[in-house]
Structure formats: structure tokens, C-alpha cells
Design a protein around this ligand. Sequence first.
Ligand code: NOJ
Length: 591
Amino acid sequence: MTLPTAVSPSAQPSGPPPPGDEAWWKSAVVYQIYPRSFADSDGDGVGDLRGILGRLDHLHDLGVDVLWLSPVYPSPQDDNGYDVADYQDIEPVFGTLADFDELLAAVHARGMKLVMDLVVNHTSDEHPWFAASRGDGPGGPKRDWYVWRPARDGMEPGTPGAEPNNWGSAFSGPAWTWDEASGAYYLHLFSPKQPDLNWENPEVRQAVYAMMRWWLDRGVDGFRMDVINLISKEPGLPDGPVTGGAPYAGGLAACMGGPRLEEFLQEMHREVFADRPQRTLTVGEMPGVTVDQARRHTDPGRRQLDMVFQFEHMGLDQDGDKYTPKPLRLTDLKASLGRWQSGLDQVGWNSLYWCNHDQPRIVSRFGDATDEPSRVRSATMLATVLHLHHGTPYVYQGEELGMTNAPFTRIEDYRDVEARNHYAHAVAAGADPADVLAGLAAMSRDHARTPMQWTAGPNAGFTTGEPWIAVNPDHVRVNAEAAVADQTSVYHHYRRLIALRHDEPAVARGRFEMLLPDDERVYAFLRHDEAAGVELLVLGNFTGSAAEVPLPAGWAGAELLLGNVPDPAPAATTVTLAPWEARIHRRTVST
Ligand code: NOJ
């Protein structure tokens, strides 16, 4: 099946931006907190809200404007909270609603904002809505809140191939589970403990909107919306294409950008955001989203979302499937990010990220973490290139320290449901366990989830107890305490980049122009702030060797705003960049 790009006829056309839309987030930087792994205040080995409260000054000093909290709702934690059992409370392991209110007040008192994770493509199977739906049986009041279907004609329920269609789940195996008690299959694009809500049902949508208003009334400043482009399923739930001998079609691919997505997002905007007193931020996570779709979703006149997370650049070092890595070609990265920059110019808005809780650490991935100088140099180069693009940058906890991938070698080291299921399915299907572990070592989500490294001390200062996942042993040199004390650290480079976005308007608003698209070593671009008569030139050497690049005319002798090497060669007709060097030059031009 080709990915649906059709737009619902009922989706509203483009119009002027809503009144009072000041788009404050265009000059903001967002910091993502994965609460399980950030800071543990009570010694149970799991991070919590009071742990975050105790570390707010680290974030304030870094200069970030917005905190995004990965889910903190009550949950059986099958997928670390992305399986929500109650949308209007706090998971006891993280604290209480009173702790949350205190945290929110403390965030606001420091002039920052707080954005919640909204996980409404699916709930936990332990959510009371699902319990009612399961218990109701056909025709019952909540039956239709989830997606229930009978077995395929003539097939014995629960046997392979009897599933209602051929969709596979993102976490291995079929996207359907037979529920003996209610005599039907239910759909789960992720784990069997994450049943998909039926967004076709208006009662479901109204319940979600009421819950969102409840959090906004409590004072939160917006939402990051989990896999929000999967909520509208193709009518009839048709089979998808099976590729490369895979047992199932991609369930996610079959549901991306479904026929009523824009209509649902516009309805949500009307019902939840349109008349709010606070200026909110919305960002939709959208696997597989195209530039054209993203442009529509983020066109302010269409009143859907402020920005989306796209995944194209995160797939460039994967050979077909996620756990088969291949080397990144810099020209592919430039072509991809460059297309997103021009595609969302003027109308839409980009979110910019290298890292989140689902991605390996960027310095181990696109940089070089094998020795200390290369780690610091490549982490700061990657940050410079990303933060100088047009869009809103996201920093994932520990990225500002240059945290690296975990040295896990055994399946027992991993905690993630996706990684463990992948290993079990691949090995059962005959794969060599060593090969499967090599794929996990490159791409596992657990690399992002090892505890935040605060100090060189026991458990990196994350907990006084037994951490729920192993601490990276490199915390003895990579930690916040050491980084804050060292002006040449990755942390101080991030702090300077964030300050630059606040102080130099060209960073937030300048038009983007890619340079040297065919160069495999150096990432180079210009930002043009025509209104202010300012231009920025950004250079990043993506290799561990020196690289000579020609500069465009007029840049010889230009001011250096920020760089990551001591005594860089001055800008001239050509410049030789040191290994992993990054720099930002500035010049004024007549308007
Ligand atoms: C995307 C989230 O980022 C990921 O962590 C989660 O496993 C899936 N959605 C399912 O909620």
C-alpha cells in the first residue's frame, strides 16, 4: 500500500494565522527529560519528579526555554510510560500530583515552560477505558473505543494468519492480539499492552480533548504528541505490502497520515487550543511524514500543529531495517535536511533534533566518541550544525554533556521492550545472536536511557540505590559537574549556542541556504536575515581529518561568532578546518 497523502475534504483550507499567535517557540530551545533516567530523589533506582525539581538550576543555567517531560502518568511501564493507564494522575514511582504542581510552579518561576507528552494513539491495556471496552462486548457503550475485529473468515482464532489483516506491530510480531474473554482481536500498533484507540468514535476524541484541557487548566504549556499521525486508520483496515520476506506488513506504514488526520488535528485545535489564555507549543511526532504533509500540518493558517518531528534524517544510516546500520553519507544528510529547510520555508516550521529517548547517542553515531578530544570536538560540531538550522532545536538529556552509547554486550543488559522482543524474534527465526546484539549495540533505544551523568561518583550521582538500567562507566569523565567546571566542555558550547539563538535574531529567522551539497566532508550553509542585513556562515567538518573548503565571496576576514577549536584559522578565500571543527561567522550586508 502506498502511504496515504490524501487530505480529508472536511479539513479546513489555509487562512491567516490565528490572532495573537506570536510563535514565541521560534526563538526557543526545548530540553527533553526522560524522567525514569534523569534524577532519583528517593533512592529506589528510578528517576522522579522531585529529582527533576532538584536539578532545575542545571537546566536554567543551560538557558533552555521549555522542558518536555516524557510520560509521567500511571502506567504498568511496559513501554516505560508510553502505555498510559490513567491520563489524569501521576505514576507513584514518579511522585504525586502535588509534586507535579510544585515542579510546574518552579519551572514557571525560572521563566521556563513545561510541555507534557500526550500518548493518545493508544492507551495501556490496564486503562479503565480498555477494561470497559473488553468487558462490554459487541454493542456495549465503550466497545467501540478500541479497534476490535473477528478472525479472518474460516480461520481458527489465535492461530498464525487468522489475524484480521497482515499488519505487524512496531515491537515485532502481529499488530493484533486475540482476546479470549471478549472473543475478538484488538489492534495494537505497538506492544499487546498498548491497544490502539478508535479515533473514528467522537466520544473518544472528546474524552481526549477534555483531558488535554484539564492539563492546560493546571498550567502546562503544551504537548508533544506521540505518533500522532497514526490516529486515523484507513477504512476497512486493508492488508499492506509485505517486503523482503518479512512475516508481516508494516503496521505503522499502513497508518501514517491517514484520511482523517488533518480533520482530527483541526478539531483538536478548535476544541483545546483556540481560546486558551496561555501561548502553547504543540509538536507532533510523525514517523514517515513527508515534507508536503508537514508543511500542511505546520501552516499556521491551517490551525493544526506548531511543528512536527520528522524521521528522514534518522534513517540515513540504516540499511532497510532499523537494526542494520550502514555508514552515513554526509551528502545524503545535507540533501535530506536541506529539503526540509526549503520545504518548510515561509509557511511551516521545522523541529531540529539529533537525539531523543528512541535514538542512540549522536556523538557515538555521527561523531567520534573513541577518544576524549574527538568526543568533545565532534559533539560540539554536531550541536553547532543542528542549532544553526532554521527551526526549533531540541536537546535530549545528557546530549549537552556529550553522553555516549552504553557499552552493552549481553541481551540481559537491555531493558527496552522493543530491543528484547526484536532479539527474541530474530533469534527464534534463526539469526545469529551475535549479529542481533551488534545491531542493538548500534541502534538500541536504551543508549538514550542510561542514567543522566551528574557526577564522577557512585551511579553518576543519579541514585543512591540500584539504578533500573546500568550507568555508563564513562561517567567518571563525562558528567555534569566536570562539564560545568570546564569552559571548553560540550556543556558550555551548548550554553553558548542557546544564548546565541536568544541574542542574534538571524539564528531564529534567517533564510537558510545550503552550500557545498556535494562535499562529503564539510557541512556548510548560510543564514540570511534580510530584515537586519545580517548573514551567518556555518561550517562543520564531519571527519576526523583536516578539510579545506572554499568560502563564498565576501567572507574573508569575517567575524567569528562561535567555534569549537582554540585559535581557528581566520576566514579567507579558503579555510582549512581542523578535525571535527565547527564555526559560525557573521557579517553585515547592505539591505
Ligand atoms: C513513540 C515514542 O517516542 C516511543 O518511545 C514509544 O515506544 C512509541 N511511540 C509508542 O508509544
